[in-house]
Design a protein around this ligand. Structure first.
Ligand code: ZN
Length: 224
């Protein structure tokens, strides 16, 4: 199946690999998809020109993991906002799918993306690690946004998260591991199993749906 967001490729599955954290390309191989970008925790060498040139040289690559963060610091600094906006502008110009990070500030991430969404702009968004704020879902869906569901779903105590995932439109769901470890087990099949249990679907139909959604995200195709 497809791991819609990770930082290190694993054998036997399709990996959507975002730099940085792992080696260059995260060890992505044939059949995997790669995303280039400057994560909000790693902006010290931010270079929009270099990113754009690298994307232009790799027509199949997406942009990510990019975004805003309130996990490490409560205030979002101007440099973080500017780097995010510059990368969104590049993704819109080159029409590439985007993987988003928005820990504790998803509303602001949606607001920043708004001008770049829609026809002629960024074709699709992956809201990676999205939790809470189910009120944002209609707007995320209208932007052709997908929601990456991770191993947090396996925690029986994550009541609110499980409820949110149980209520999401099925065509927005993706499974992701967010793993940075090259030798890690994927984890996405367990996530698919948990989604299947929540929704009352078989594991086969759940995996088929998740894989189909992942392909639509990558192509920037609109929801069915
Ligand atoms: Zn990540």
């Amino acid at each position: 199946m497809t791991d819609a967001h990770c930082h290190a490729a694993k054998p036997g599955i399709t990996n959507f690999v975002c730099e940085p954290f792992a080696s260059r390309n995260g060890g992505a191989g044939e059949g995997d998809a790669v995303f280039f970008g400057f994560h909000p925790w790693h902006l010290e060498n931010f270079d929009a020109t270099a990113l754009k040139a690298r994307l232009a040289a790799n027509p199949a690559a997406g942009v990510g993991e990019i975004g805003l963060d309130r996990l490490r610091d409560k205030t979002i600094c101007a440099a973080m906002r500017e780097a995010f906006d510059a990368q969104l502008a590049i993704a819109a110009e080159l029409r590439r799918p985007v993987v988003l990070h928005g820990a504790k500030c998803w509303g602001e991430v949606v607001r920043a993306c708004r001008p770049y969404a829609g026809p002629g702009g960024i074709p699709s968004f992956l809201f990676h690690g999205f939790s809470r704020s189910a009120g944002l879902i209609p707007e995320i869906k209208a932007m052709n946004g997908f929601v990456g569901v991770g191993p947090a779903l396996l925690n029986d105590h994550a009541v609110n998260y499980r409820r949110m995932v149980g209520n999401l439109p099925g065509d927005m769901l993706l499974a992701e591991s967010d793993t940075c470890e090259p030798g890690a087990t994927p984890g996405t099949e367990e996530v698919a199993g948990a989604i299947a249990g929540l929704r009352g679907w078989t594991i086969q139909e759940t995996i088929a749906l998740l894989d189909g959604n992942a392909r639509r995200f990558l192509r920037g195709a609109a929801a069915t």
